[in-house]
Design a binder for this molecule. Structure first.
Ligand SMILES: [Fe+2]
Ligand SMILES: [Fe+2]
Length: 377
């Protein structure tokens, strides 16, 4: 843990403070009124039990804070608390995940192995909490929840977070007895699938026109670069399924028929998590409105995906996904004409970063630079 992390605080909402339960984390106020001369004072210790009146009383302080190093405990207490609305919980968990993803993907921020290690630590905490909240959802409810989450704030990291949530859910329904460690691993695989793109120049990543062969060759390095970064950071939590996460990162552009990259592996050689993340990735890419494309309705998205079964995505996972996604029955009649030269990479071609700017900033993370192309990592 770096020196910095010990002394960094983040702000929490009053309404997400646990009541009538022993607290898991400390709460602080900033007693200084002088800018840049913060003075944090502890007002709640772990084990204390707060009432509604206590929390109401804290509002006189305007803001309350938690140590960054206790963010995991804060998320855990959120996930475990049935008194809070799912939307509130998932919003807070998502805010945390966004903060950590920004530490990784924002080219305007300092980046090194230690920073990546701390960010992975935070992603792990966020994913544990997320698994706790969403594992019992069905996919339609999750789609609605994701819609609500993006309705208020549209962030550059939505895609990574959505893919991780869909992956957790698909896998949980595919393997109802899946362990928490499996769900956290597949969620982290989804969250970090494009980790290697931090090593590709933003100029190439953000190019709006077609890519030259050389540029595409450069992009194709990101799965292997992602694994290298992940290994260098060497996250080490009890029970973490690192090998499975690495497989997702390196295999997320492999296609079932062997036409993908980097290795051209065929279906039987793909990790089951990679197959699930591929379906989640494809689904989110075509059902989310982006600055450069319209969102497709679910039925149309499923039609598009169906045409790539056996080529790009796995038949069993897709069938399973369709059954769970909705009561939509694919009739076989074509609703959308797929062009002959349909490129299965298109849906993946865009980064979850830098393409769009946040519309609104939350309290807990930093704005991306206005012109990210200027700075390269
Ligand atoms: Fe990718
Ligand atoms: Fe993706």
């Amino acid at each position: 843990m770096s020196q910095d992390q010990k002394t960094v605080y983040f702000t929490i909402d009053f309404h997400l403070v646990s009541r009538e339960k022993p607290m898991l984390y400390n709460i602080y106020i900033n007693s200084s009124t002088v800018k840049d001369k913060d003075h944090y004072v502890k007002i709640v210790k772990p084990g204390e039990v707060l009432t509604d009146a206590d929390v109401e009383d804290f509002k006189k302080y305007q803001r309350i804070h938690v140590l960054e190093s206790e963010r995991g405990l804060y998320l855990q207490s959120l996930a475990e608390n049935d008194d809070f609305e799912s939307l509130d919980k998932v919003t807070a968990i998502k805010d945390s995940a966004v903060k950590h993803l920004d530490d990784i993907f924002n080219p305007g921020k300092e980046f090194n192995t230690e920073i990546l290690g701390e960010a992975l630590d935070g992603c792990h905490d966020s994913m544990k909490a997320m698994v706790g909240v969403i594992k019992d959802y069905d996919i339609n409810s999750l789609k609605n929840l994701i819609g609500e989450l993006s309705f208020h704030d549209f962030y550059t990291y939505d895609h990574s977070i959505n893919v991780s949530m869909y992956s957790v859910l698909i896998y949980k329904q595919y393997r109802p007895k899946a362990s928490e460690a499996d769900l956290v691993a597949i969620g982290l695989g989804g969250l970090l699938h494009d980790l290697g793109k931090t090593k590709i120049s933003t100029e190439i990543l953000n190019k709006s026109g077609g890519l030259s062969d050389e540029e595409f060759a450069e992009i194709k390095k990101h799965p292997e670069l992602g694994v290298e970064l992940f290994r260098e950071a060497n996250p080490d939590f009890p029970g973490l399924k690192k090998e499975a996460i690495e497989r997702v990162i390196v295999e997320h552009h492999e296609n079932i028929d062997g036409s993908g990259y980097p290795k051209g592996l065929k279906g039987p050689d793909h990790h089951i998590f990679s197959k699930v993340v591929s379906v989640a990735d494809f689904f989110d890419a075509i059902t989310t409105k982006r600055s450069y494309s319209q969102a497709l309705p679910i039925e149309d998205a499923l039609e598009i995906m169906k045409k790539t079964v056996g080529k790009k995505i796995d038949a069993e996972i897709f069938d399973f996904f369709v059954k769970k996604v909705s009561k939509v029955i694919l009739t076989g009649k074509t609703m959308i004409e797929l062009p002959e030269d349909f490129n299965t990479e298109i849906a993946h071609a865009e980064l979850p970063v830098q393409k769009v700017q946040p519309k609104k900033l939350g309290e807990n993370f930093t704005k991306a630079p206005d012109n990210p192309n200027k700075i390269e990592k």
